[in-house]
Design a binder for this molecule. Structure first.
Ligand code: MG
Length: 226
């Protein structure tokens, strides 16, 4: 367990942490790759979660077609995935996410969101659903960095926006590559396993703690701040 006593900022991941959106992403990615003659299993969507769409597309193309996707292909495939996602029923806010936001705010800590997402509709929705907790200036998305998770860059950018050192921040992540990025940025990272992957897959990336749901983390938050 890591102490959160001297923390100044909380860097939240978005998909699978603030929104119960991963089942939608799984459906959208598997259908998209099938439509372009490639394949992605549901567990691979969870294993790749957190990195940018272009990173995922290039990786799968290289593995299955023996070549990286061209910039135009990346754009076309990602637009197709985004369109499938857009036409799906609206995703729900993750249970416990707002409760945790209230507790973090009550402790006087800064709140930022650091996501690999480039889903404009979902990014806009965050500003409505988490009004009073987050502003666009305090969000890092795939539009704001050239190298996404698992590289530390998005979280390093989050630290710069917050104006704090890594030791003063904490990351909340649900994905293996997201935990990897937080740890690589030198930040204490809390894993919340809200998906189907075994805990071990997250634990081997080096989080300081692991919870099994956002309500569980929210319930322990005040204890962690002591
Ligand atoms: Mg996530």
């Amino acid at each position: 367990m890591c102490s959160l006593k001297n923390k100044n900022a909380v860097l939240f991941d978005m998909d699978g942490v603030l929104y119960d959106s991963m089942p939608h992403h799984v459906a959208a990615w598997t259908r998209t790759f099938a439509d372009f003659g490639m394949h992605m299993a549901p567990c691979d969507v969870y294993m790749n979660e957190g990195c940018t769409g272009s990173y995922t597309i290039s990786k799968v193309s290289l593995e299955q077609r023996g070549r990286e996707a061209t910039a135009r292909e990346v754009e076309e495939i990602y637009a197709h995935k985004a369109e499938i996602f857009r036409t799906m029923p609206e995703v729900g806010i993750m249970p416990g996410a707002l409760e945790l936001m209230w507790k973090v705010k009550a402790c006087g800590l800064q709140i930022l969101i650091v996501t690999g997402s480039g889903q404009k509709a979902l990014i806009e929705r965050v500003l409505r659903d988490f009004d009073g907790f987050i502003t666009r200036e305090r969000m890092v998305t795939s539009f704001d960095v050239s190298r996404g998770k698992p590289f530390p860059d998005p979280y390093l950018k989050g630290l710069a926006i917050a104006g704090v050192d890594a030791s003063e921040a904490v990351v909340i992540e649900n994905a293996p590559l997201g935990v990897h990025a937080g740890v690589a940025a030198g930040i204490d990272t809390i894993a919340v396993n809200t998906g189907p992957l075994p805990d071990e897959v997250l634990l081997r990336e080096g989080p300081c703690m692991l919870f099994h749901s956002m309500p569980e983390l929210a319930g322990c938050w005040n204890e962690l701040m002591k």
